[in-house]
Design a protein around this ligand. Sequence first.
Ligand code: IPM
Ligand code: MG
Length: 399
Amino acid sequence: MDEYIEKAKEHFGNILKEQLERVERMKSGDDWIDYKSLKPIIIGVVGGDGIGPMICEHAHRILEFLLRDEVENGKIEFRVIEGLTIDNRARVMKSIPDDVLEEIKNCHVILKGPTTTPKKGDPWPNIESANVSMRKHLDLFANIRPVKVPEKNIDWMFFRENTEGAYVLGSQGVNVTDDLAVDFKVITTQGSDRIIRLAFDYAKKNNINRVTVVTKANVIKTTDGKFLQIAEDVAKEYPGIEWDDWFIDIMTAKLIDPARASQFRVVVMPNLYGDILTDEAAQLQGGVGTAGGANIGKRYAMFEAIHGSAPRMVEEGRAQYADPSSIIKAGSMLLNHIGYIEQSRRLDMALEICGQYEMKFRVTGRSDGATGEEYARYIMDTLQDPDLESKWQSYQGEK
Ligand code: IPM
Ligand code: MG
């Protein structure tokens, strides 16, 4: 038995060393990149697996249209990056093959389709999720996901911590013996501070006077307790903003409580709770196919669909019916992030008109609905409509 314990202790020791080094790196952290000073801003387009390449191509085309002048004058460059597929990753036994990672690191921002995450029992080796790995490699600490349901007055912005929590060592747990499995959860002062601060800054910039912090600090006392404590400290620096804290279980209930739902505005939480809560929230908006997500760090940023690669749709020959809305929404967040606020706003208006108001075409994921291509064309046509703004305004009036 001692032998097992020694082995596990050694493993734990290595983990602690890595994590303490990460803390040091965060302490000496970089400044935020300034996109204005870059020429070109390089946008990498990474298709991923399953329905990914198809929906990504639709989003790519829309972004190229919106940024056509900037591409022309050399301010923006698009690069399509191949190779982040499960076959390739399984072949080299890496969550992101080295050459792909290098190409990604030569870009400034990434638009990424979903990638297949192998789990035990799949035909693939059980390698780490490419998503989780990219978030770690590029230090994309903030996962920001907006959800809007206008008719219910819901306008939420979720800030999910993206580089720590239950995820950071998700593939480094130990089977101490055949009977005892242990995973690790990590929360650091620096990691919590930066995401909580980003949420409060966002609230302040957007005149939102409430931030909600979600943990399970009554049970997971050490790590979640730390996150909550840091929230309390950071909140003191934002006296104009009220804050409240909820536990994840009751929060999932309150999100669908009509008396409460619209009161939440900005929500910040550790990684796994953010994963769960944002899927629930996206479902209220019309499904995970409709919500996009931003993964932001100081040097890099990556924008993605929040759903999976839908291998079943591909197997059943339905890939062309996949909804591109989520990745197009991610594209709009990308535009906003690199400073093309007006283009992003127009794309958001088009997405809302097509997806929530006018709904001339619907994507159902099956042949009774529009194909992704038809739907993307619908969005593009709406975007080019000279009356876009007034059309959107009139729908706003009706809600
Ligand atoms: C998400 C996804 C990923 C996650 C998976 C694919 C690893 O569910 O982006 O929310 O859990 O973070
Ligand atoms: Mg998720």
